[in-house]
Design a protein around this ligand. Structure first.
Ligand code: NAD
Length: 427
């Protein structure tokens, strides 16, 4: 099949390259010329394991452009995978989705054959039918579900293992209304062996929010119990090993630490809270999950001050800046909160991350430009006697922490074994 993907970020690019691997041809559309150029040179503009190899292997079966018309006229299915960030008040910002819909609508006007538009961006229930559909109809002069197809297909991939998740997902959810669109999407996803759930469009949109809100709550719940465990001298990892053995609960995604970040949980929980409140509901569980998560990185600072009460002028090493390992993504990273607090106490921060230092500097200039970046994790250990572990990169397991005071937000076993003083945040 010939597919176009609007937005070539973490989701768009991985999905597109995944579809190429499954035998399709893909045209990426983006507004960022740097990304377009990099994709056309078979270089991934983001760090994601295995992506570069696949892009090199399948060069010629995909390309990127700014030109919506060219992409729509030369494909049968278009996925919208642009960002849906939070506004200041936590509500969902649909600027990019609306802009993409206008452009797609304009191109559909000139299209003689049936075309299918699929919303893959995470959007609140009702958005595809109440926002995207009217824009597509207005700009194309055509009717959805009759002249062109429209569906909603949320994405569940995890950054760091995104390609693997795209090709081997736990499930594929497709919100669809017309039979013709359903048939094409069934065919497109046929090579992927996973349960496929067809629902109406609004339900598909809600499945994504409910999943993210649940996962965020699961971690916040674990951290709340973990904080109690810490005070009682109990290892919360052992506790959740035991809890997770109950098959109704599941052992996955149950690790305590300094909380969740990234481009999804924070914005999706906030957007769902706002939506619920608009509807006259008070989503107290999700609000509490957010609150626990906001407090959690401060636990690291609290424990640090137990061992180093006066931070002014002290060199503090920070290992990890990405919101999780195996990605260069720093959106809503807990590292920001940690570093900001250290700087407020006038500590000197020496930080290292294998992939995310550039992004950290660029995304958070207020703190990112005030810290020193080390050349390696070993370099951090050379320069600082007090170390905070913020992201669980595998390479941090290979270090020798002898003689150091380590406050660990993620549980690096090597630090636990070798540090002179070791404090885990929830263990
Ligand atoms: P991203 O910011 O990495 O990528 C978005 C891309 O869209 C950027 O390259 C941007 O330049 C481009 N863009 C913006 N406006 C455009 C326009 N008008 N036309 C063409 N391109 C445009 O975002 P992402 O992390 O890939 O997320 C995309 C969507 O997928 C969001 O709704 C997000 O919630 C959802 N999602 C993300 C993940 C994840 O792990 N990142 C997982 C599941 C779902």
């Amino acid at each position: 099949m010939r597919i176009s993907i609007i937005g070539s970020g973490y989701v768009g690019l991985v999905t597109g390259i995944g579809f190429v691997k499954l035998g399709n041809e893909v045209i990426f559309v983006d507004v960022d010329d740097r990304k377009i150029q990099m994709i056309n040179n078979a270089q991934p503009p983001i760090y994601e394991e295995g992506l570069e190899e696949l892009m090199r292997e399948y060069k010629g079966r995909y390309y990127a452009t700014r030109d919506y018309k060219e992409a729509i006229l030369n494909s049968e299915v278009t996925f919208i995978a642009v960002g849906t960030p939070s506004r200041e008040d936590g509500s969902m910002d649909l600027t990019y989705v609306k802009k993409a819909s206008e452009e797609i609508g304009g191109a559909l006007k000139e299209k003689g054959t049936y075309h299918i538009v699929v919303v893959k961006s995470t959007v609140l229930p009702g958005t595809t039918e109440e926002v995207v559909k009217p824009i597509l109809e207005e700009y194309s002069g055509k009717k959805a579900f009759e002249d062109f197809g429209l569906a909603m297909n949320p994405e569940f991939l995890r950054e760091g293992v995104a390609l693997k998740d795209f090709l081997n997902p736990d499930r594929i959810v497709i919100g669809v209304q017309d039979g013709r669109t359903k048939k094409v999407l069934e065919e497109l996803y046929a090579p992927i062996n996973a349960p496929k759930l067809f629902t109406d469009i609004k339900t598909a949109e809600m499945i994504k929010y409910a999943s993210n809100a649940f996962l965020a709550t699961k971690i916040s719940f674990a951290n709340e119990i973990g904080n109690i465990c810490k005070k009682l001298g109990i290892d919360s990892w052992r506790v959740f090993e035991g809890v997770g053995l109950d098959h109704r609960i599941s052992p996955h995604f149950f690790k305590t630490g300094i909380g969740w970040g990234g481009s999804c949980f924070p914005k999706d929980t906030k957007a769902l809270i706002r939506k619920a409140e608009e509807l006259g509901e008070d989503p107290i569980i999700i609000k509490a999950a957010v609150e626990v998560n906001e407090r959690q990185p401060l636990k690291l600072i609290e424990l640090l001050k137990k061992h180093v009460p006066e931070l002014k002028g002290k060199i503090i090493g920070v290992l990890g800046l990405a919101f999780k390992p195996d990605t260069d993504d720093v959106r809503e990273t807990r590292a920001y909160v940690v570093v900001k607090n250290l700087l407020e106490e006038e500590a000197r921060v020496v930080a290292y991350d294998p992939q995310a230092m550039e992004n950290f500097k660029r995304f958070y200039p207020d703190v990112g430009e005030r810290i020193e970046y080390a050349n390696s994790a070993e370099d951090v250990l050379k320069r600082a006697d007090v170390i905070l572990i913020v992201t669980e990169w595998r390479e941090f397991e290979k270090l020798d922490y002898s003689g150091k005071i380590v406050i660990d937000g993620r549980r690096i076993k090597a630090a636990e074994k070798t540090a002179r003083v070791y404090e885990g945040v929830c263990w």
